[in-house]
Write a protein that binds this ligand. Structure first.
Ligand code: C2E
Ligand code: CA
Ligand code: CA
Length: 636
């Protein structure tokens, strides 16, 4: 007796038999296990399948099994043969089989996709009451996304081939189950038998396994999750040192997909994946983030020169022409790179920055390479050198202060200046504060530097105040300084030494620093500063998360609305509404409002009309060396 389903190789030897793992029959030839009449009934079909390489089915009479529908599906390895007893509805026996089968069987009208009759197994599997599926259309019960697949399968059946396909199917509960269908062509009238198996469980497990594994299913490279984990390991497990992260995206890959079809596109991606593997070293880690975006982690790649040489090698490999389906194809790609840990110390930041660099490269041209840069083109070594140089900057006379005017809203009358630190590096020239202030904060150098800034600014204020007694000077104070136990003593000393008028001295502390530090400690320091008579401002207001309850308890005199809200205030109604709210809150808290970054007359007028008190920005002057007193007087 023949098994219900089995696979044969090209010599018609059993390679697998359903339900018979490890049986002695594996490896035996089909001919040797068949009786003569069975061999007679089946061998024509097998030979035809081997010759035509096409799936088909036919009926045959077997001595023991009776009339069977034989389904033959050839593939590269050989052929799969399934036998199903022939169901004849007019005959009592077949009807009984149909009714009692535990498999979901149905009679299907393929042109309209109507389920003419379904057996009770459907009720059990999908919860429908008996006969409620009879007469329903298949397409009412499957989601739109699966429609194409099903239509194609039915067309295949109508042309005389067997179709096997999977699709979701609506159960009575309203959930979709995943059904694996197998439909054999019928004789006439478009009526066919179809069998379906509910493989929802298996499929869920399969999807879960694929999700859990770290591989991209097309290229077998690491997927995004696995790449992030690999970066994290390289960052945290010592001994790796610096490493490069390279992101490569093909140029105009959409076009390739269009031209070759998705399958061709997939093949092109596979070729690229293989070439990346060949071009890079064994210790490099390669992944695919999505679509045509690949990534490589490169241990030991730590300088711009390393980056360029690897990137060129990769581009050369990727851009070498290949031929697919007779078409010669030359792809180009762009590369963005970062060097860890200098450009980021967590996987997300590094990948984001590599992505930013890649987009920059794409903007430049096809086949371009870009290394991520910000204000920080600095390598670790350069940074260390710069830091040690910063510690001597004051002593070497490289530090200086620029002053930017602040004027009264409405009248435009000068009321004071903000002191802004400048570093004029002997070899490198002017280094912007956005570079050296964070560096000074990281290293703790901000404490001595901030002390110097206060001494300079207080001294300058005293000289101005001898002529213009009411002129104010604002000094930026970093969070690190605020946490220094001797801050208030130092301020007292500096005031005494400079003889600046404390009432016109203002200290600016960023909203973030104010809100992040220990509440009781901040409150204590601020009150002691207030006791000495100084003014206090909240800098970059709106950038952090202000707790208004906390702010209300602090002795703050003014808030400085961050430049980012001012820039578009005339164009963006949302920004205008935010500034309006900030002004209202400050009024409630009894604070004055300073707007910074004001560049146009229009902004000045708008902010004045909204109730701002003080305006600062390029409109009234960029930060510059302090004007001497006579010139200041004439300017007035
Ligand atoms: P900040 O305190 O918010 O200073 C205002 C910044 O905005 C200054 O940049 C100033 O030049 C710029 N600015 C002013 N008006 C305009 C304008 O109309 N348009 C535009 N586009 N920009 C304008 P700067 O001098 O580069 O300073 C950057 C930051 O460095 C400062 O931001 C401050 O956070 C920090 N900083 C500077 N000096 C010191 C200091 O002595 N101590 C501390 N702790 N931080 C400082
Ligand atoms: Ca400031
Ligand atoms: Ca500011």
């Amino acid at each position: 007796m023949l098994p219900r389903q089995f696979q044969l190789d090209h010599q018609l030897r059993f390679t697998s038999i359903a339900g018979e793992a490890g049986t002695a029959r594996l490896g035996e030839s089909l001919r040797s296990v068949c009786s003569a009449p069975v061999w007679e009934a089946i061998h024509d079909g097998l030979l035809q399948a081997l010759a035509t390489r096409k799936a088909f089915s036919y009926e045959a009479e077997f001595p023991e099994q009776g009339r069977q529908v034989i389904e033959i599906v050839p593939d590269i390895a050989g052929i799969t043969v399934s036998l199903q007893p022939k169901v004849v509805f007019s005959s009592g026996n077949a009807d009984e089989f149909f009714q009692q089968s535990t498999e979901m069987l149905c009679l299907l009208e393929i042109f309209s996709g109507t389920l003419v009759r379904v057996n009770p197994a459907w009720q059990k599997a999908l919860g429908y009451t008996q006969h409620s599926l009879d007469g329903r259309k298949l397409f009412e019960l499957i989601p739109d996304e699966d429609r194409l697949e099903v239509t194609a399968a039915l067309a295949q059946v109508s042309q005389g081939s067997i179709a096997r396909f999977g699709c979701r199917f609506l159960a009575a509960s309203g959930e979709f189950h995943y059904l694996q269908w197998s439909i054999a062509p019928g004789k006439e009238g478009g009526l066919v038998y179809a069998a379906a198996r509910d493989i929802t469980q298996t499929r869920a497990v399969e999807l879960e396994i694929r999700r859990q594994t770290n591989r991209d299913s097309l290229t077998d490279l690491l997927n995004r999750k696995a790449i992030e984990e690999a970066i994290l390991r390289m960052l945290t497990s010592g001994g790796h040192g610096a490493f490069g992260v390279l992101e490569l995206a093909l140029d105009r890959f959409k076009w390739v997909n269009e031209a070759l079809g998705q399958e061709g596109g997939d093949q092109a991606l596979l070729i690229i994946a293989r070439r990346l593997g060949a071009a890079l070293r064994a210790e490099d880690v390669i992944g695919r983030l999505e679509g045509d975006v690949f990534v490589a982690l490169l241990p030991g790649v730590a300088t711009e020169a390393d980056v360029n040489s690897v990137a060129q090698k990769v581009l050369e490999a990727v851009q070498t022409p290949f031929s697919l389906r007779g078409i010669d194809i030359r792809l180009t790609a762009c590369i963005g790179m970062v060097i860890a840990p200098f450009h980021g110390t967590d996987p997300k930041t590094l990948l984001e920055r590599a992505d930013t660099a890649m987009y920059q490269a794409k903007k430049a041209s096809r086949g371009h390479v870009t290394l991520w840069r910000d204000g920080m083109t600095l390598s670790g070594i350069e940074r260390l050198a710069l830091e040690s140089r910063l510690s001597q900057a004051v002593d070497r006379g490289e530090m200086l202060l620029h002053y930017q005017p602040q004027v009264a809203a409405g009248t435009g009358q000068l009321v004071g200046y903000e002191a802004l630190a400048r570093w004029n590096h002997q070899q490198l020239g002017m280094i912007p504060p956005d570079t050296f202030i964070p560096m000074a904060e990281d290293s703790g150098l901000i404490v001595p530097l901030g002390h110097w800034v206060m001494r300079e600014a207080f001294g300058q204020a005293a000289r101005w105040q001898q002529v213009l007694s009411g002129l104010g000077v604002s000094v930026n104070l970093s969070g690190r300084q605020l946490a220094q136990p001797h801050l208030t003593d130092q301020i007292k000393e500096l005031l005494a030494a400079s003889r600046a008028n404390p009432e016109h001295m203002d200290l600016e502390i960023t909203e973030t620093d104010l809100m992040q530090q220990d509440e009781a400690q901040v409150k204590d320091v601020l009150f002691r500063i207030k006791d000495m008579g100084l003014q206090l401002s909240v800098d970059d207001f709106g950038m952090g998360y202000t707790n208004f309850g906390r702010l209300a308890k602090l002795p703050v005199d003014r808030i400085k609305i961050d430049r980012s809200f001012v820039t578009n205030i005339c164009e963006n109604a949302a920004d205008e509404a935010v500034v309006k709210a900030m002004v209202d809150i400050s009024r409630t808290l009894g604070m004055k409002v300073v707007a910074e970054g004001v560049e146009t007359l229009e902004q000045f007028e708008k902010l004045t009309s909204m109730g701002c008190d003080i305006i600062q920005g390029y409109l009234f002057g960029k930060p510059s060396l302090p004007l001497d007193v006579p010139r200041l007087l004439t300017a007035r």
